[in-house]
Design a binder for this molecule. Structure first.
Ligand code: FAD
Length: 340
């Protein structure tokens, strides 16, 4: 493993912002990882782990060591007639892993097709799309404790998964690095989840029969995502910049009187409102300031419109959105993207 100095992170973040890490290392084994952590400790450096860089905004240069996890490998842990436990190392690309599972007819991940990033990051914010979250198929993950170097296992209940949330964003933050994740997938009788209208419409367009196969669901999800989300390889972005807020029922009913077209989905904590709708109503959809803009098709996505935006410019733009949504709706949006 080589530790490089003053390293450009331009191609390591999907926003495509030009920032430098004081030190940078790619790790391919547990030994590499331990050496990198020791280097940071000995030199009193802040440490940052990086997967695909698709959920991170570098608002400034990073004055410590960035460790890119390139641990590779997929293995069957156990299997029976109907189920398989399959594990993947943190550095496996998420979509390629999903495709691997689909080629083997393992069901459960198809709705999560084409989410950028790596396997090791999937539990951190409990990635989700089209009615499925990683918690629905998660079995366990192996983590390295940063202080003790002990390898520990986190099971489903220990991860405390919530909406774009987990133990790793709360009490476990900064304590562990995720090395491997194991998923529980189906081999037969797949649970097909197509209750999202968009999937059904896409499947109908594709002319597939009922029920669709998991591979067909994946193709439909890929087609929808390609049609409405900007490809980070072409235009810098990190997907949804904000979380969908949940408000209490009374507050929602009051809002509904003032904004009759608002829609919400009841959940255990109250009513979840689409942040994209709030941002659009506040006049931000398609709006550009300097090098940064709100995407013209999906207001939840902030883009590096000219390719020349700095992280600080993107951060300031997001701050303006938060302020204007707060003024109009008295709701404070929370960022989904990790700010460094
Ligand atoms: C176009 C687009 C669409 C998207 N759509 C979705 C979507 O539908 N659903 C969804 O949930 N997300 C979506 N995202 C967000 C993103 O893809 C996910 O959050 C993904 O899991 C991030 O993975 P990553 O490897 O790129 O994470 P990174 O950005 O590299 O890291 C994210 C955070 O995790 C930390 N980290 C990284 N690896 C580890 C590790 N092994 N152990 C401990 N900490 C680690 C980092 O320090 C950082 O704080 C989208 C992003 C884009 C660009």
């Amino acid at each position: 493993m080589t530790i490089q100095e003053n390293f450009s992170l331009l191609s390591y973040n999907t926003f495509g912002v030009k920032v430098n890490a004081r030190y940078f290392a790619v790790v391919q084994s547990l030994e590499d990882l331990q050496s990198a952590i020791l280097f940071a400790k000995e030199n009193n450096l802040p440490l940052l782990f990086l997967g695909g860089g698709s959920n991170i905004l570098f608002a400034q240069d990073f004055a410590g060591l960035v460790v890119q996890l390139n641990l590779k490998g997929i293995a069957i842990v156990s299997q029976g007639e109907d189920e398989v436990l399959i594990s993947a190392q943190a550095g496996e690309n998420w979509h390629e892993f999903v495709q691997y599972c689909l080629r083997n007819n393992y069901g459960g991940l198809e709705n999560l097709s084409l989410i950028p990033g790596n396997v090791g990051t999937s539990p951190i914010q409990n990635i989700g799309a089209y009615g499925v979250e990683i918690k629905d198929v998660f079995h366990s993950c192996t983590v390295l404790h940063l202080s003790t170097f002990a390898l520990e296992t986190f099971t489903l209940p220990q991860c405390n998964f919530g909406y774009r949330d987990s133990v790793f964003k709360n009490v476990g933050k900064g304590k562990y690095v995720i090395m491997e994740v194991t998923y529980r997938l189906t081999k037969n009788n797949h649970a097909i989840r197509v209750d999202y209208g968009a999937i059904q419409n896409e499947l109908a367009k594709m002319g597939v029969g009922t029920p669709p196969s998991i591979q067909e669901v994946s193709r439909a999800v890929v087609a929808i995502r390609e049609s409405k989300l900007p490809n980070p390889k072409l235009i810098g972005n990190a997907g949804s910049f904000f979380k969908n807020p949940t408000v209490d029922i009374q507050f929602f009913n009051d809002l509904k009187l003032r904004f009759p077209t608002i829609s919400g989905y009841a959940n255990e904590k109250g009513v979840k409102i689409a942040a994209g709708w709030l941002i659009e109503q506040a006049g931000w959809k398609g709006k550009q300031i300097g090098n940064v803009a709100c995407h013209h098709l999906q207001a939840l996505v902030i883009i590096n419109k000219t390719g020349r935006a700095s992280g600080k410019e993107i951060y300031d733009f997001s701050e303006k959105i938060i302020q204007s949504v707060k003024e109009k709706f008295s709701i404070v949006l929370e960022r989904e993207v990790n700010i460094v």
